[in-house]
Design a protein around this ligand. Structure first.
Ligand code: EPZ
Length: 429
């Protein structure tokens, strides 16, 4: 298995291009199942999750052509609507095939995704929304079987849950409602930019969705949708991760393509911590010269601070002057990275959904293990600022969500490399 080795201490300089958003690309690829027409999706990131989604669509019968960062998908010969547990386990986002398959074919059988390392991840809201559209749903042997023999019907649906709105739940119900009879109103919808991007793609296919990017969506069902062309938005979480890479290492960098309007909560916290961020004609300029100050952060649904940036922010706060509190109200158990940051000399105490971080002068390089995608990134960021060498193992998660991270960071001047981990008998200190 690969590991990433970082020698900390280098400042980052230059420019880096932000790739297309993984969390837009995945539901948009799933949405191509809603039509027999051919769709062209541009600015697709080269990531393992995108490969898994392509593989899944091909397994269902789709025809896919990939050329650089452009993907053409045609779903005119879909032969099955069954998704095996192995695929769902590999990539939880495969749950967003549920809505489109149900709407177009009237039946879908998909493994229940269950929980994962960032905590329990129920899909009750997805199912509630689809039931409100008239689907009959049953659970059998870990599989969800959803049917809509008489077709789906528009309805008023409240989709908020105990922890706020649901991103993929909103995506599923919105996709299904595009082909339902009559009007659907989704209240408590997720307003993440990835949902607005999906709605833009669906509208280009002929759907009638208004309100995307707000908590209320109105969807007028149509008879059928056609193929469309669409360019995926830049990945705000990748951009946020590079903002913190520069903040933690010091330096001066241009993030090409990064959008200020998608990152306001992250930028607000970073500016408060002493990082300079400016709009540039083609992205964002980030600079950090002075000492970092501790700031408090609460991860909330958009437009709040993203849970997908919580771990990276904690790495930054580990070396900030003062004491900060980082809380996660979206995934209250998403704190496995705390133990690994402690190995690097951070001073963090976790209590339930929040951690108190007392900034230390310096982190020290150590052998650490990545637990999930964003925790992997957080450990790499910590390694950039640490004294000596940091070895991050189990980095396969990284390839699910960060395109060529070690190449991009190297191009900015970081000392980082990927090596294939051979069993050496060397134990963790
Ligand atoms: C999406 O997951 C993202 N994944 C996640 O990114 C991200 O962390 C998350 O949204 C929150 O922003 C993709 O877009 C592919 P949710 P999703 O449903 O949609 C609870 C990454 O690293 N909930 O918005 O699955 C849930 O437990 C990944 O790129 C219910 O209670 O997340 C959580 O507490 C990881 N019932 C909260 O809502 C439900 O039916 C938000 O989850 C659904 C969710």
């Amino acid at each position: 298995m690969d590991k990433i080795i970082i020698s900390g201490g280098n400042r980052l300089k230059g420019s880096v291009k932000i790739s297309g958003a993984k969390n837009s690309a995945l539901p948009i690829m799933a949405a191509t199942l809603l039509t027999r027409g051919s769709s062209v999706i541009k600015n697709i990131p080269n990531l393992k999750d995108v490969t898994t989604m392509s593989y899944l669509l091909v397994a269902l019968g789709a025809n896919i052509i990939i050329s650089g960062d452009e993907i053409t998908i045609k779903c005119d010969k879909i032969k099955r609507s069954f998704i095996h547990h192995d695929l769902v386990r590999k990539m939880r986002a495969s749950v967003c095939l549920l809505g489109p398959l149900l709407a177009r074919f009237g039946k879908v059988e998909i493994s229940h995704p269950g929980g994962c390392v960032i905590g329990p991840r129920p899909i009750d809201l997805h199912l509630k929304g689809l039931e409100k559209l008239g689907a009959q749903i049953e659970m059998k042997h870990g599989y969800i079987i959803a049917k809509s023999e008489d077709g789906l019907r528009g309805n008023e649906i409240y989709l908020g849950g105990p922890l706020g709105s649901t991103v993929l739940g909103t995506a599923n119900v919105m996709m299904a409602a595009t082909l339902a009879r009559g009007e659907t109103i989704i209240e408590g919808a997720a307003c993440e930019p990835e949902i607005a991007d999906l709605a833009a793609f669906l509208n280009a296919m002929g759907a009638k969705i208004i309100g995307a990017g707000t908590h209320i969506l109105r969807i007028e069902g149509v008879e059928e949708l056609g193929g469309a062309e669409h360019t995926i938005i830049p990945d705000r979480i990748e951009a946020g991760t590079y903002l913190i890479a520069v903040a933690i290492s010091g330096g001066d960098t241009l993030l090409k393509g990064a959008r200020h309007e998608h990152l306001t909560a992250v930028i607000d916290r970073l500016e408060e911590a002493g990082v300079k961020i400016e709009r540039a004609p083609d992205g964002l300029k980030v600079k950090r010269k002075n000492e970092l100050k501790a700031v408090n952060v609460i991860a909330l649904p958009y437009p709040g601070f993203p849970t997908d940036m919580q771990a990276q922010m904690m790495s930054l706060m580990s070396i900030a002057k003062g004491t900060s509190i980082v809380a996660d109200m979206v995934y209250p158990d998403r704190f496995i990275h705390v133990g690994e940051l402690l190995r690097m000399g951070a001073n963090i105490v976790r209590q339930g959904p929040r951690a108190t971080i007392i900034g230390v002068e310096k982190l020290g390089g150590a052998q650490v293990t990545a637990s999930d995608l964003r925790a992997s990134a957080a450990l790499i960021l910590a390694g950039l600022a640490a004294d000596g060498e940091t070895e991050v193992s189990r980095v396969y998660h990284l390839d699910r969500g960060y395109e060529k991270i070690e190449e991009k960071l190297s191009s900015l001047g970081a000392k980082i490399k990927r090596v294939t981990d051979k069993p050496s008998g060397k134990k963790k200190k």
